[in-house]
Design a protein around this ligand. Structure first.
Ligand code: SAH
Ligand code: SF4
Length: 397
C-alpha cells in the first residue's frame, strides 16, 4: 500500500493520471489530504464511490497512528506515533493558556526593555468570540506541537535521552507533516481559527534529514496552510545545512542549540563540535537573511556546574555580540543513565540576568510535561517501555 499523505500536487497528478484521471481529481485529493485532513479514503467525498474504491486497492491516506498517549498535569500530551513499518516516534502537544511562556513568534522588541524576560497576557490582542476555534473553547489561546524528524538521533549529545536510541531511520516528509495532521485532527483544530505553533524539536536532528524535513515544511505551509513564521526548527549545528537553509524561499525560524560558551565545553557535551566549531556555526548563521523584526534563537541547556557559571554567561555575550538574537535557557531535564545534575535555581537566575544586562532578550523555558517524560531531551522513554505494538492499538482514543 502506498501512502498518499506526503505526496505533492504534481506527484498526485501523475499518480492519478496512471489511473486515467484528470488533473482536477488530483487537486481534489490534495485538498482532501491537506486542507480537510481526511483520515481515510472514504472521506474523500468529492470523488465518486467507484474511484474511491479503485484508489483504495493500492493506496491509503497513510497518516501516522497515535497508538499511545500520556497527559501531564500541565495539559501537555505526549503521543507515541506509529509509522507504516511499525517504527515509532514521539510527538508532543502543548496547549497554552496564560501567555507567560516565551513565544517563538513574537519579536523581542514587543517587550519593554526593563521587563524583557517577562511576557504578559496584556500584550496580546483579545480573542474575538465569533472567531473561536476548538482551542479557545477549551480556554487556551494557542498550542505548540513538537514534531520529530528522525527515529532516534545520530548526534550523540551527552545530555539527551534521544541520543541513547542511536539513529534507526529518517522519517519521510509525509511522516513528519503527518504527525502534525494527526495531532490537529485529534484536537479538532481549525487552521485559521486556532493559533498553532510548530517546533521541530522532537526526536532527531532535522538538518541530518534535510530534504524530507524541508519537503514537510512545504506540505505544512502550502497544503495545510500553517504559516512558516509560526514554525521553529532547532538544530544541533550542521554547518552545511544551515547554509543551505539560508537559501530557502520558504523557511521556518531557526534555533541553534548552542549549549556551551566555548568549543572545549561544547565538545564535551556535544561531540559533534569536533566537526563544526562554534565560530563555523555562527558564521553560517550570519548568511541567514533576517528581516527587521527577525532574530535568531539560541538554545542553551543549563547543566549544573558545567556551563552555568558567570564566566560562561560572559563568554556567551561575547559570542553573540552583533547577532540579533534571543536566548532560551533550558534547565536540563534529567533522564535515566545520564550523569549530569540540574543547575541551582540561583545560577539559572544569575545567568539569565547577566545575558539580559548584556542586551540579549533571554527567557527561561518552562519545562512542559516533565511528569510524563515529554520535556526537551526526554523523548525516548515510551519507545523503550512499549511492548509488542498490536496490544496497544486498544489505547488509541
Ligand atoms: N536535534 C535538534 C532538535 C531536537 S532537541 C537539536 O538538538 O537542536 C531540542 C532541544 O532540546 C535542543 O536545544 C537540545 O539541546 C535540548 N535538549 C536535549 N536534551 C535535553 C535535556 N535532557 N534537557 C533539556 N534540554 C534538552
Ligand atoms: Fe539529537 Fe538534538 Fe538530542 Fe542532540 S539534543 S542527540 S541533536 S535530538
Amino acid at each position: 500500500m502506498a501512502a498518499l499523505f506526503g505526496q505533492t500536487l504534481p506527484q498526485l497528478t501523475e499518480h492519478l493520471a496512471h489511473l486515467g484521471e484528470k488533473p482536477y481529481r488530483a487537486r481534489q485529493l490534495w485538498e482532501a489530504l491537506y486542507r480537510q485532513r481526511v483520515q481515510s479514503l472514504d472521506e474523500v467525498t468529492t470523488f465518486p464511490a467507484a474511484l474511491r474504491s479503485r484508489l483504495a486497492e493500492s493506496d491509503t491516506v497513510g497518516l501516522p497512528q497515535i497508538i499511545q498517549s500520556a497527559t501531564s498535569v500541565d495539559g501537555t500530551e505526549r503521543y507515541l506515533m506509529q509509522m507504516a513499518d511499525g517504527e515509532t516516534v514521539e510527538t508532543v502537544w502543548m496547549p497554552d493558556g496564560n501567555g507567560v511562556e516565551a513565544a517563538e513568534e513574537d519579536p523581542p522588541s514587543v517587550v519593554a526593555a526593563d521587563q524583557r524576560h517577562v511576557r504578559t497576557h496584556s500584550l496580546r490582542k483579545p480573542v474575538d468570540p465569533r472567531n473561536q476555534g476548538a482551542l479557545a473553547e477549551k480556554g487556551y489561546h494557542r498550542a505548540t506541537i513538537c514534531v520529530s524528524s528522525q527515529v532516534g538521533c545520530a548526534v550523540n549529545c551527552q545530555f539527551c535521552l534521544t541520543a541513547k536510541l542511536g539513529i534507526r531511520r529518517n522519517l519521510t516528509a509525509g511522516e513528519i507533516a503527518g504527525q502534525v495532521a494527526a495531532v490537529l485532527s485529534r484536537h479538532r483544530i481549525h487552521i485559521g481559527k486556532d493559533r498553532i505553533n510548530l517546533v521541530f524539536m522532537g526526536m532527531g536532528e532535522p538538518f541530518l534529514n534535510y530534504d524530507a524535513f524541508m519537503d514537510a515544511v512545504r506540505l505544512l505551509v502550502e497544503g495545510m496552510n500553517l504559516p512558516e513564521s509560526r514554525m521553529t526548527v532547532s538544530t544541533s549545528g550542521i554547518e552545511p545545512a544551515i547554509r543551505r537553509f539560508a537559501q530557502e524561499a520558504v523557511r521556518p525560524r531557526l534555533a541553534l542549540s548552542l549549549n556551551a560558551s566555548n568549543d572545549t565545553v561544547r565538545e564535551a557535551v556535544m561531540p559533534i563540535t569536533k566537526k563544526w566549531k562554534i565560530a563555523d556555526l555562527l558564521a553560517a548563521l550570519q548568511t541567514l537573511p533576517l528581516g527587521k523584526r527577525d532574530w535568531i534563537t539560541f538554545e542553551y541547556v543549563l547543566l549544573g556546574g558545567i556551563n552555568d557559571q558567570p564566566e560562561h554567561a560572559a563568554e556567551v555575550l561575547a559570542l553573540l555580540r552583533g547577532i540579533t538574537s534571543k536566548v532560551n535557557l533550558i534547565v536540563w531535564n534529567p533522564g535515566p543513565g545520564i550523569a549530569y545534575t540540574q543547575p541551582l535555581p540561583e545560577d539559572v537566575d544569575r545567568f539569565q540576568k547577566a545575558l539580559i544586562a548584556g542586551g540579549i532578550p533571554t527567557y527561561i523555558r518552562r519545562p512542559r510535561g516533565r511528569d510524563i517524560y515529554a520535556a526537551c531531551g526526554q523523548l525516548k522513554r515510551t519507545v523503550e517501555s512499549v511492548p509488542a505494538v498490536p496490544a496497544l492499538v486498544t489505547l488509541t482514543a
